[in-house]
Design a protein around this ligand. Sequence first.
Ligand code: AMP
Length: 223
Amino acid sequence: MSSDLTGGMVFIGAPGAGKGTQAKLVVEAHDVLHISTGDMLREHRTAGTELGREAQVFMDRGDLVPDDVMIAMVAERIQRSDAAKAWILDGFPRTLPQAEALDASLSESGTELRHVISFQVPQDELVQRLTARWTCSKCGEIWNVVSKPPSQAGVCDGCQAELTQRADDRPEAVMARLEVYRTQTEPLLGYFRARGVLREIEANRSPELVQKSLLDQLGEPAL
Ligand code: AMP
């Protein structure tokens, strides 16, 4: 396994832009830790923790979970020993206070934020991608009624269990999430551009092509 990627990397993109898919592809081929705040929150929900119950209300309607909760969760995660190697933060920061808190905790621990990657996809494509996404209720496999349909509608090919739609992939929640991205997260691009760490990727292409330009960008030194 290659360990040529070092330091901290942040993936920013609207919901549906494919940052989680891209992070998983990087992790399959490189010795990098994938920290997805959406996945961490969903794990809390499944485990029925208090944090999970609190977060669910915000998540289901497409809103952001409050900054103090997210900042504490990520600060604790990146202090664990497995985060001493290179990591990708997928889905954090999403607001300016989160970005400032990340900067503060990284400078405290002496970790370098090497790259911030912005995945760019036109809004109408995002809506189509998100509302087409269905998940197997048993094995978690993700299907897409447009780009990766199951052989039988509503049923997982692998385990024959019923497919369900994430509450936050329903059309009303999707529109709310895109608006939250535009107003609260997009301003971070200017913040990181000014710091000289921002790289922008045209992500309205196949996952393989996006991965290729991503690795080209990550392999280069920061600007
Ligand atoms: P994701 O899987 O990254 O789309 O995240 C799913 C949901 O989790 C989001 O719509 C938010 O409700 C919540 N969430 C994930 N990361 C954050 C964050 N950094 N700040 C606030 N809420 C978050």
